[in-house]
Design a binder for this molecule. Structure first.
Ligand code: MRU
Length: 376
C-alpha cells in the first residue's frame, strides 16, 4: 500500500506531518479551517492537490460542529467566509482556488427554500468528491504518461526501459495517493518500463530528499538522489548508460498558454533537458490548470522566509544512526546574509514537450502552442 498523507472519514480528518518525514510518522487531527490553514502554511502538508483537499475536507469536518445559521443564505455566507480565509494559506498553486470556486458554486446550487443543513450536506458531498476524483485523476495521469513515454522513447515493439529525473515531491504525499509526476514513474515501474529514477534534493525545503527519496525507497523503485546542481552532469555523463529519456515534474499552476509554475528549480531542469535532448514532461491534473491566466508572467510567486536557506533542522545522527528523539536546528549560512527565497518558478511553454492530464496527453500544435481548452 502506498503512503497516505490524508486520512479522511466523514467527521474526521488526519493529516501526516510531512515536516517529520522520513523519520517519524505522525498524523495531526485537522478539524477546523484554522487547523488546516496552519497545517498548509507551515508545510506540514504541501503539494498542490493535497493543499486543496485538506482545506476542503477540514471545512467539511468543521461544518459538522459549526453554527452555520438556519437559512440557506446564512449557511452560504458562513461557508464563503471560511473558504475566503483558507484561500490565503498559500498563493501559487491553483488547485485550492479551483476547489474553492467549485465548492462555492455547489453551495449556490441548493434551492433557497431549503435549509442550512442542505447547504452543509451539499458542501460535504462535493469536498468528498474532490478527494475521490483526485485519486482517479492520478491513476489516469500515470497511465497516460507511461503510454506516451514508452511510445516517445522508442518506436520498436519492445522498447528498452527508460530512466527519468523528477523534482520536488509529487507522489502520494502531495496528493490523495499515487501521485502525478511520481505517479507516472510508479506506472512505468509497474510496467517494467522503468530502468532507474533520479530525484533531486530540491533545495531549500528538500521535498526531494525528505519525501520523494522516501517514497521511492518505500515503493522499492530503483532510484538515486542527486543535489539540484548535479542535473547537468548527470545528463552529460549518464544519459547514455541509463537511457535517460525524460524529466517529469508536477505543477502548481499551468496557465492558458502552457507556462507552468512549479517548485523552484524546475525551469533550470527544463533548460538542461532541452540542451541534452531529453523530453520535458509536466504532469498536471485539470485541477492544476488555470485558463483564466493568459501567461506565466501573471502568476504570483510565493516568497518564503529567509531561515529556509540559512538554517536546517532534523534528527541528529549519532555514530551513523538517526536518533529521532533528538532534533537539532543548525545554521547553514552566515545569518546576516541577504536571502531571496522564491518557492516556485515558471517554466515557459516552449521548453515543455507535453502536459499530461487525467483526460490525456496534450501535445503542441504545428505552431508550437498548447491548446489546453480541449481537456475541459
Ligand atoms: O512547496 P510545495 O512542496 O507545496 O511545492 C510542491 C510542488 O511544487 C509540486 O511539484 C506541485 O505542487 C505538484 S504536487 C502533485
Amino acid at each position: 500500500m502506498s503512503l497516505q498523507a490524508i486520512r479522511y472519514t466523514r467527521g474526521s480528518l488526519d493529516v501526516l506531518d510531512q515536516l517529520r518525514l522520513p523519520h517519524e510518522h505522525h498524523y495531526d487531527a485537522v478539524h477546523t479551517s484554522e487547523a488546516a490553514f496552519d497545517c498548509i502554511r507551515s508545510m506540514r502538508v504541501r503539494g498542490a492537490p493535497a493543499i486543496a483537499i485538506v482545506a476542503a475536507l477540514a471545512l467539511a469536518v468543521e461544518l459538522g460542529q459549526a453554527q452555520v445559521g438556519s437559512t440557506v443564505a446564512e449557511a452560504v455566507t458562513y461557508i464563503d467566509g471560511r473558504l475566503d480565509y483558507l484561500y490565503e494559506s498559500r498563493p501559487t498553486a491553483v488547485d485550492l482556488g479551483n476547489a474553492i470556486t467549485l465548492l462555492k458554486k455547489t453551495i449556490r446550487s441548493v434551492d433557497n427554500s431549503s435549509s442550512a443543513a442542505a447547504v452543509v450536506d451539499a458542501y460535504v458531498a462535493e469536498a468528498e468528491a474532490i478527494l475521490e476524483r483526485d485519486l482517479k485523476s492520478n491513476l489516469a495521469i500515470g497511465s497516460h504518461g507511461a503510454d506516451w513515454l514508452v511510445g516517445a522513447a522508442s518506436s520498436t515493439a519492445a522498447p528498452a526501459p527508460i530512466s527519468v529525473l523528477t523534482h520536488c515531491n509529487t507522489g502520494s504525499l502531495a496528493t490523495s495517493g499515487h501521485g502525478t509526476a511520481l505517479g507516472i514513474i510508479r506506472s512505468l515501474h509497474e510496467r517494467k518500463a522503468l530502468k532507474h529514477a533520479f530525484c533531486t534534493e530540491t533545495r531549500p525545503y528538500n521535498q526531494g530528499s525528505r519525501l520523494t527519496a522516501f517514497e521511492l525507497v518505500y515503493e522499492q523503485i530503483p532510484a538515486t538522489l542527486i543535489t539540484d546542481s548535479m542535473a547537468a552532469a548527470l545528463f552529460h555523463l549518464k544519459k547514455g548508460a541509463y537511457n535517460i529519456a525524460a524529466v517529469i515534474v508536477g505543477a502548481d499552476r499551468v496557465v492558458r498558454n502552457g507556462d507552468t509554475a512549479n517548485k523552484i528549480g524546475t525551469y533550470q531542469l527544463a533548460v538542461l533537458a532541452r540542451h541534452h535532448g531529453i523530453k520535458f514532461v509536466v504532469a498536471a491534473p485539470t485541477t492544476s490548470i488555470d485558463l483564466e491566466t493568459p501567461t506565466g508572467a501573471q502568476i504570483k510567486i510565493e516568497e518564503r522566509k529567509r531561515e529556509e536557506l540559512t538554517q536546517i533542522s532534523g534528527p541528529v545522527v549519532v555514530d551513523g544512526v538517526v536518533d529521532t528523539s533528538t532534533t537539532a536546528r543548525v545554521a547553514t549560512a552566515d545569518q546576516r546574509i541577504d536571502v531571496w527565497n522564491p518557492a516556485f518558478d515558471v517554466t515557459p511553454h516552449d521548453l515543455i514537450d507535453v502536459i499530461v492530464t487525467e483526460k490525456g496527453v496534450v501535445e503542441k500544435n504545428a505552431d508550437g502552442e498548447f491548446d489546453l481548452t480541449k481537456v475541459f
